[in-house]
Ligand binder design. Structure first.
Ligand SMILES: Nc1ncnc2c1ncn2[C@@H]1O[C@H](COP(=O)(O)OP(=O)(O)OP(=O)(O)O)[C@@H](O)[C@H]1O
Ligand SMILES: [Mg+2]
Length: 504
């Protein structure tokens, strides 16, 4: 399919999210859209997919001007989309999710279900997207859920596939697998529009790169351009891709975890005897392939998951099995892995989300009544400091772009008086400029004497931030090393291998 956009403009009220966008995707092409958080990428994809109507401009498909009243029409015309945030129904099976909204007949009976399953089998075989059609989606690891999204997008004979940050939640291995799938789809003549903030994979996979900034196309880049070139083109200034970090002598112990055992949702021990310590003025980065207990460990610290045995103390105070509120009161800030589920209240404003944990406390409330002026002032200040792109601090947080929603959480959690900062994937979905800023903030918190525990599946981030690196495998710490350790060694520890000299 050949897709051509001519002069697409999309406004939300007085705000222009897309301005006069021209873009062409040729058959068999992997076309990457690069741009900072809030640049207008998802908006443009939603316009193509019929979820939003453009205010101006034309969409041509194979030369024919086309307008979709809704996404169903786009699907019937051969467009498939994988959204930035999962759109699956967690309690449904893979098959039910794939056919959702497109049931083969009016009354979706057993026979149709059988037919749908077979179609899913054949599509998954054709594209090497192995997944059990009868599995319940919420029981699948995120990598497989992403695969279901792609299956769903492909199973209606899509000729153009829109992938809006499909790799944000994937492990490096899953990303490699997805890249291979994308390449084979393109080779079979399908067109792909791809969005990612990870410049390495953008360089590895793209045939064409279009850069947009503040809703406008600012030019195209080459896959052979350096990461620094791509970064400065999208952000409009030079970006430091490494973190400046002075050597700091760590102080007293802030977090002490001893012999911790925590079970996962299925009742299996996900954390199986972990002991770990974080000191004041120290960043401990927890590396590991996703699904090795990191999530459960952090949830246990945050009071979101019961501890079976072992202890967690913060500055000597036992917080084992305390409620999230009590953990918060112990001076622990937490950036959760799933921003929409645990980090934000989507139906509330940006300003309210920025005081989510402390709405009833001074200075945001006095004698039980809210001090709205203080809430507003706090929001204005944080929006500026963290460069959160929003039309207003009173806008619903759900209207923000994915990366800007993440910035709201990080801004809120970094702006309280703290002993310990615990963050899962703190820069997931952020553009390179915002990553640079958040990394600096984390380092400056450390310099002020806060203990920091970062969980990241990005080895680059682990190496950039960690003063010590703990590697987790199969529910245990397979090694604690210093950041000068080679990637190979860390990679080995991630597979559970025992490596010499883990003496940091
Ligand atoms: N429904 C809406 N109402 C008001 N503003 C909106 C709405 N949807 C998007 N916006 C605004 O449009 C801008 C572009 O958002 P969009 O989601 O397209 O960004 P993006 O390039 O996908 O960013 P990210 O990389 O963070 O996902 C944002 O500043 C956002 O606040
Ligand atoms: Mg987006």
């Amino acid at each position: 399919m050949r897709l051509e956009l001519r002069g697409i403009t999309k406004r939300f009220g007085t705000f222009t999210a897309n301005h006069q966008i021209d873009l062409t995707v040729e058959p068999g092409q992997i076309h990457c859209l690069l741009g900072e958080n809030g640049a207008g990428k998802s908006t443009l994809m939603n316009v193509i997919f019929g979820l939003l109507q453009p205010d101006e401009g034309e969409i041509l498909i194979d030369g024919v001007p086309t307008r979709f009243a809704n996404s169903g029409e786009a699907v019937r015309r051969g467009i498939g989309m994988v959204h930035q945030h999962f759109m699956l129904v967690p309690v449904f099976s893979v098959t039910e999710n794939v056919v959702l909204g497109f049931e083969p007949t009016k009354s979706f009976d057993r026979l149709d279900h059988q037919r749908a399953r077979e179609e899913i089998r054949s599509v998954s075989q054709a594209y090497n997207l192995e997944v059990d059609p009868d599995a319940i989606v919420e029981e699948l690891p995120v990598g497989l859920q992403q695969r279901v999204e792609i299956l769903k997008a492909l199973s209606h004979d899509a000729e153009l596939l829109i992938l809006d940050e499909p790799t944000a939640v994937l492990t490096p291995q899953e990303i490699d697998a997805l890249m291979a799938i994308m390449r084979s789809l393109a080779d079979s003549g399908k067109s792909i529009l791809f969005i990612s903030h990870k410049l390495k994979e953008v360089k590895a996979i793209s045939d064409v790169i279009t850069v947009i900034r503040q809703g406008e196309v600012v030019g195209s880049a080459q896959a052979t351009d350096s990461e620094a070139q791509l970064a400065s083109m999208m952000v409009g200034r030079d970006v430091t891709l490494t973190v400046d970090k002075a050597v700091v002598a760590p102080g007293e112990e802030v977090l002490a975890i001893t012999d911790l055992v925590v079970r996962d949702d299925r009742g299996l021990p996900a954390v199986n005897g972990v002991s770990l310590s974080v000191r004041a003025g120290e960043i401990v980065a927890l590396a590991g392939v996703q699904g090795n207990g990191q999530t459960e460990l952090v949830e246990a610290i945050a009071g979101m998951r019961p501890v079976e045995s072992g202890t967690i103390t913060v500055r000597g105070v036992d917080i084992t099995n305390h409620t999230p509120r009590q953990v918060l009161d112990a001076g622990v800030a937490h950036v959760p892995e799933d921003r929409q589920l645990h980090g934000l209240v989507l139906s509330m404003s940006v300003a309210d989300n920025l005081v989510l944990n402390t709405p009833r406390r001074a200075p945001f409330a006095r004698r039980g009544s809210r001090n709205l002026a203080a809430v507003a002032a706090n929001a204005e200040q944080l929006v500026k400091r963290f460069d959160i792109r929003t039309t207003s601090t009173q806008a619903l947080v759900s209207s923000l772009s994915g990366g800007n929603q993440q910035k709201v959480i990080v801004a809120r959690e970094l702006s309280r008086p703290l002993s310990l900062f615990v963050a899962s994937q703190p820069t997931r979905g952020l553009d390179v400029g915002s990553i640079e800023y958040v990394h600096r903030q984390i380092v400056s918190q450390r310099d002020e004497g806060i203990g920091v525990l970062i969980v990241s599946s990005e080895l680059d981030e682990v190496l950039a931030l960690g003063d010590r690196i703990a590697v987790m495998h199969a529910g245990q710490i397979s090694g604690v090393v210093d950041p000068s350790t080679s990637r190979e060694t860390i990679g080995l520890l991630m597979t559970g291998a025992h490596v010499e000299s883990t003496n940091a």
